[in-house]
Design a protein around this ligand. Sequence first.
Ligand code: GZL
Length: 334
Amino acid sequence: MLNRRNFLTAAVGVAAAGGLAACAKEDKSSTGTSSGGSKAITLGFSQVGSESGWRSANTTSVKEAAKEAGFNLKFSDAQQKQENQISAIRSYIAQKVDVIAFSPVVVTGWDAVLKEAKAAKIPVVLTDRSVETSDDSLYVTLVGSDFTDEGRRAGKILEKVLAKAGVKGPVKIAQLEGTTGAAPAIERAKGFKEVMDADHKGDWKIVVSQTGDFTRAGGKQVMAAFLQSNPDINVLFAHNDDMAIGAIQSIEAAGKKPGKDILIVSIDGVKDGFIAMSEGKINAIVECNPLLGPQLMEVVKTVHDGGSVERWIKTKEGDFMQDQAKAALPTRKY
Ligand code: GZL
């Protein structure tokens, strides 16, 4: 997993490698011309998919920021399939883009295609999610959140939720995990477990844990199965709001009250998550900011111009308890 590093100089150059047409949907979202008449930067961007409200907001942020920056943006949606992202990256190499940026759907399996980008002297910027690689030079930087810290924050805010609800005795937790193998799923689970192991060995227990693939349908389906096998669950920790919202449907179908019979802590902070929280159905949300577009474009420009950037540019984000939801809703930007 990524470890924080200081400044790294960027590798800049022009592509040479052959590539394949992207299997995923590609659209040329903006054909900008940068100010001052110089040739506009062409950015190839491979997006994970459109699986959640968070992802939709992230896509909008990237497209709007690229337009604002006057970049030529080549954008592809991988529909949550790694092979589509690899094809899209190869296509960008073949098109000789200036910079490649992508949010890797899972952490492993990227070295080969990143080596092709390196050979073509096209710098790669990670956004949102990180990768595991033996060669640090295969990407310049990550613009994204600290998911392990988000998991820790979820554990700490659950302590406040339990205290507020006056829960005494054993806490039986169901965990809805994100996409198997994805950095946010691995690291949020790790951070949450750190809090459990440090402060709640005696009273908290994750009695069931399974992926809902970050989707509402997945959250609904898996939560229904959880309630069948573990009817005495009293807490749900969901790795994102969309799975929590899906789970709420199954909790209500089982005749239980979400936010009361089953306390819910979630991550992201999308508008629908705040609405559910204002209705008393989610007890707390750890924010994960998808509005990475402006930061990403600044980094792309710096890297393209041969400047130095930090190895990890972390996004700033907060935490919200249920009683803050109503006041925060009008200010939510995604
Ligand atoms: C987190 C992002 C995750 C969100 C989900 O940065 O990768 O993917 O938490 C999204 O909503 O699907």
